[in-house]
Write a protein that binds this ligand. Structure first.
Ligand SMILES: CCCCCCCC(=O)SCCNC(=O)CCNC(=O)[C@H](O)C(C)(C)COP(=O)(O)OP(=O)(O)OC[C@H]1O[C@@H](n2cnc3c(N)ncnc32)[C@H](O)[C@@H]1OP(=O)(O)O
Length: 254
């Protein structure tokens, strides 16, 4: 247990060196105070609340050639070589993705301990690789862009042979929500206005691109298109609003 906590804390600490990821992690830990405080909270949790951590945004055996190709396209731009042959951070950064968020790490405020111990991140809670949401997110801080590469598994069927609209909305919320968190810290989705233009074949891979539109006070407006990976087919167009929230208010609202 102590070893696991040590590993968890060091991985969170390494993520926290990236400012926007620090905000993202902090949102889901439910705490903006110091890592010491977070660690103290984590220490008080019962053992079963820690499933084995696994970064689901890494390639697995279910990934087809299309998602692999897109993954390699962006992943190869996460680290670049200078003329002197030195490696340095590139324009894109891959965002890790875990099954269990740590949003309840500060402990039992509005949900029962049983629900807390069983809560799982919706998009990562199906064990069979390739059955549902296979995706990876990359963010480009300079361009204020985020891309999600999404391979839709057979459990996401809506119209025969095609992806359910709610599953598509889930992925749009995931990409834009992560992007908004990256840009603005803790946020909640106020609206997603989605226009469905053409159906997505089940099993195919699509590109979900989120762009910063504007920020006004607590409001972050984003634009998001879902297209085929070569960009030739438009599947959805979305305008989204995220409102910055304080985590303590969120907990009280529950
Ligand atoms: C790990 C993967 C990441 C995934 C991310 C997923 C994110 C999510 O899905 S969150 C879950 C879904 N969303 C929700 O449940 C949110 C429910 N709604 C709420 O909690 C609140 O309405 C909330 C937080 C959006 C806004 O409430 P509150 O903080 O009181 O702000 P409020 O004062 O009403 O509004 C602030 C501003 O936003 C505007 N606004 C709020 N909601 C809307 C809306 N739906 N449409 C247009 N404008 C809105 C207000 O008009 C106001 O504007 P201004 O400052 O110009 O007057």
């Amino acid at each position: 247990m102590a070893k696991y906590l040590g590993q968890l804390l060091s991985s969170l600490k390494s993520l926290s060196s990236v400012p926007a990821i620090r905000a993202h992690v902090a949102l889901w830990t439910g705490s903006f105070s110091s890592w010491t405080h977070t660690f103290r909270s984590i220490k008080t949790l019962p053992l079963p609340i820690f499933p084995k951590s696994w970064d689901f945004s890494q390639p697995n055996s279910s990934w087809g050639p299309e998602i692999m190709q897109m993954y390699e396209h962006y992943n190869s731009q996460c680290e670049v070589e200078t003329e002197e042959g030195e490696k340095k951070a590139g324009p894109w950064r891959r965002l890790p993705s875990y099954n269990r968020s740590l949003k309840f790490a500060t402990g039992g405020v509005y949900l029962s301990k049983i629900i807390q111990s069983k809560a799982r991140l919706f998009t990562r809670n199906i064990k069979e690789p390739g059955a549902a949401f296979e995706y990876v997110l990359f963010v480009n801080e300079a361009e204020q862009r985020c891309v999600g590469i999404f391979q839709a598994g057979h459990l996401l069927e809506g119209p025969p042979g095609h992806v359910h609209g709610g599953a598509i909305a889930t992925m749009i919320d995931t990409v834009t929500g992560t992007h908004a968190t990256f840009l603005s810290g803790p946020v909640m989705t106020a609206y997603l206005n989605i226009n469905y233009r053409s159906p997505i074949p089940l099993g195919s891979t699509v590109l979900i691109e989120s762009l910063m539109d504007k920020k006004e006070g607590r409001k972050t407006f984003l634009l998001c298109n879902v297209t085929s990976t070569d960009g030739s087919k438009l599947h959805t167009e979305t305008t989204a609003l995220f409102v910055s929230v304080s985590v303590s208010n969120l907990i009280q609202k529950g």
